[in-house]
Design a protein around this ligand. Structure first.
Ligand SMILES: O=C(O)CCC(=O)C(=O)O
Ligand SMILES: [Fe+2]
Length: 323
């Protein structure tokens, strides 16, 4: 008997992770660099059991209104959903300039991003059920194709895989979403700094559903500085930093007064999970065109497309199929 055979006889066999079966149907659109396969049937089927756990309300500090699903995506499919999205979506690494007075600063977004969706003034017609049809952008009121000048950017419809998750999330939360932003944090050096998603184009008290897949990362929240106390502010009130160690499959719904009053971030980190990737998927609702322009500007930009390379184990410049 060969040595390896004895080893494998005595070692408890680690079951090979069943790889999902790739769907042959795809979502296509002229704005996509390449087609995106539909959700693998095994993932789609198990999503029927989501949310895997009931949401826990976190509202023990002023203006904080969260529902934390730990997890939302069943643990049986979270690893496959992570692999699928990382492999099948296209990403950008956006660089942009900000001007403050005479000074221009170049910002290198410290993560990969991608975005799909359009604000509520427009909508994409549904493609045919077999997925072969191509969605066209129409006016939400008249249902007529939009004028070419409505957007400077090129809005992209949600692919079936993300639209399935969007509908599920709408059903669970009772909220409506028309945008999907995806972040890929390649390792512990990728991050998002403290900010709030309080843009006017989201309207008052926006609800944002935020999913985590892959490596566990800390999600920190802190109250915005109270500059001019109003009657509802309490003298000397102190806020605690909220720290959620978001694991694969978790979902945080941020709603109510949260965005207006709290900042959130995913800081850089060193150590154990720092070398592994993490995907964040957020669903939001933009009400007006500025939202669409803003989201495409900061999540697509004008640089190249990246795609996951399984052999290299990293995102690589994607040049296929372009003339
Ligand atoms: O990655 C996360 O969990 C947060 C992402 C986020 O805050 C954003 O995209 O606005
Ligand atoms: Fe955010």
């Amino acid at each position: 008997m060969k040595r390896g055979a004895i080893d494998s006889f005595f070692k408890p066999s680690t079951p090979k992770k069943p790889k999902y079966e790739v769907s042959t149907s795809t979502s296509n659109h002229p704005s996509y660099p390449f087609p995106i396969p539909h959700l693998p049937p095994s993932i789609a089927e198990q999503l029927g059991f989501a949310p895997a756990e009931e949401g826990q309300t976190i509202n023990d500090q002023r203006d904080l209104d969260l529902i934390y699903y730990q997890p939302y995506i069943p643990s049986s499919i979270a690893p496959d959903l992570f692999d699928f999205l990382r492999k099948e979506l296209f990403f950008q690494r956006v660089v942009y300039n900000i001007k403050r007075g005479d000074i221009t600063t170049t910002i290198h977004t410290p993560r990969f991003t991608t975005v799909f969706g359009v604000d509520s003034t427009s909508l994409f017609t549904s493609p045919t059920p077999d997925g072969d049809g191509v969605a066209t952008l129409v006016d939400a009121q008249t249902n007529k194709p939009i004028e070419r000048t409505r957007y400077k950017c090129t809005p992209r419809p949600l692919p079936q895989c993300l639209d399935t998750l969007r509908k599920l999330t709408q059903g669970t939360t009772g909220e409506t979403f028309n945008f999907c932003l995806v972040n890929y944090y390649a390792d512990g050096n990728d991050s998002i700094s403290y900010h709030s998603d309080d843009e006017r184009f989201l309207g008052a008290n926006p609800a944002i559903a935020s999913f985590s897949l892959g490596a566990r990362r800390d999600f920190l929240m802190k109250h915005k500085p109270v500059v001019a106390p109003t009657p509802k502010d309490r003298e000397g009130e102190e806020f605690k930093v909220v720290k959620l160690g978001l694991g694969s499959g978790d979902m945080v719904l941020m709603r109510g007064a949260t965005q207006a009053n709290w900042l959130h971030s995913v800081p850089k980190r060193k150590g154990e999970a720092a070398g592994r990737g993490r995907i964040n998927v957020t669903f939001r609702r933009a009400l007006v065109r500025e939202g669409t322009e803003n989201y495409y500007r900061y999540n697509v930009g004008d640089g190249g497309v990246f795609r996951w390379d399984e052999g290299e184990g990293r995102m690589v410049d994607w040049k296929g199929g372009r003339e």
